[in-house]
Design a protein around this ligand. Structure first.
Ligand code: TA6
Length: 345
């Protein structure tokens, strides 16, 4: 007899024996997992349709998830890719979203798994997982705070070395509404070591130099840059929301950073995360003009009960694609779509 809650293996091609992706859903944790024949994998929690893991073929995790993150629905997941809708940040007092919590309700609602791409709907060797959230299935508590008829379809597409996420927002009602969308991606900054060959002559000093270099050169956020935003206008939320222009040479972080960039280059131009001089990830956008760069730093991490380990801020950076600096107004029947493609180098 089958053991209870045994994950049901759902072949992405209707059970035909082929090397395509394997998709499983575990009813207990409502977690959808897809694994490609290459070994690349993605895990999506139905709670918030939150991507909580993206690994490349070697099994290297690309996303940061706090070890104290709640995944039981008691609060939004601290890490992965929380979805921000219909409002980014603290809602304005004089706006229709005023009664909603920071970042809206999408990341703390239960979505439904709509299924996986069948044959022909995705490039070979990739798999598309679709998730849905609509006003019809929204908790009454949220509906009371934001009474509009909407539909969301969130697609997570895994292909070798890439993960794409796209959101389609539709106005299903008679009344127009305004919204903001953001994919609040927490990227891992991998702890690693840069070895610098010491120029020492004697064996003893060579050994000492090696040790010194080893200790001194641990890579973390201090060795990380974000490129592709040079000369972009940005709002510095840590400096009175002043509007500034990004200097050339990329963005290095040395303190709590919370900036909303609106580059005037095409969204398809990649934003890159560069660790120790090597590009490890690039993000291209579609129809999402803004990019938020955030790191809570030591003080921010200390202040978040669900942020662990407390020095984890050294090994993560949020680079968040979104449409947040203005409102998108959807009239009856209007549809909006925004997407990001993350490519591991
Ligand atoms: O995206 C950056 C930000 O808006 C920061 O201001 C910080 O609040 C972060 O999101 C996390 O917000 P949360 O509501 O998840 O604690």
């Amino acid at each position: 007899m089958d053991r209870p809650n045994k994950p049901a293996a759902l072949s992405a091609t209707g059970g035909k024996p082929d090397p395509q992706a394997q998709v499983t859903i575990s009813q207990a944790s409502s977690l959808v997992t897809a694994v490609l024949p290459t070994g690349d994998s993605v895990e999506v929690l139905l709670y918030g349709a939150t991507v909580v893991s993206w690994k490349d073929a070697s099994g290297q995790e690309k996303l940061f998830v706090s070890t104290a993150a709640k995944t039981d629905g008691s609060k939004p997941v601290r890490g992965g890719i929380p979805l921000v809708f219909p409002v980014f940040g603290a809602p304005p007092k004089d706006h229709a979203t005023a009664k909603l919590p920071q970042h809206g309700f999408a990341r703390n609602s239960r979505w439904e798994f709509l299924g996986k791409a069948g044959d022909g709907e995705s490039e070979s060797g990739s798999v598309k997982l679709d998730f849905g959230l609509s006003s019809g299935q929204l908790d009454q508590a949220w509906k009371d705070k934001w009474p509009y008829d909407f539909g969301l379809v969130y697609s997570v597409t895994l292909s070798p070395g890439k993960l794409a996420t796209s959101l389609v927002v539709s106005n299903e009602g008679e009344e127009a509404f305004e919204c903001q969308v953001l994919m609040h991606t927490y990227f891992r900054v991998n702890v690693g070591f840069k070895f610098l060959f010491p120029a020492s002559s004697s064996a003893l000093s060579f050994t000492l130099d090696c040790l010194t270099n080893l200790i001194a050169l641990q890579q973390d956020i201090a060795d990380t840059k974000v490129t592709g935003l040079d000369s972009a206008s940005y709002i510095d939320k840590m400096d009175g929301a002043k509007v500034k222009t990004q200097a050339a040479g990329g963005i290095s972080l040395s303190a709590l950073t919370d900036c909303v960039y609106t580059p005037d280059t095409p969204p398809s131009d990649p934003i890159a995360i560069v660790e120790g001089g090597k590009t490890t990830l690039s993000i291209s956008r579609d129809n999402m003009a803004d990019v938020v760069v955030w790191n809570p730093w030591e003080e921010g991490a200390k202040g978040m009960g669900d942020f662990e380990p407390k020095d984890g801020w050294k090994n993560m950076i949020c680079v968040e694609a979104g449409s947040v600096r203005s409102w998108t107004k959807l009239e009856r029947g209007d549809v909006w779509e925004g997407a990001q493609t993350m490519t591991a180098s």
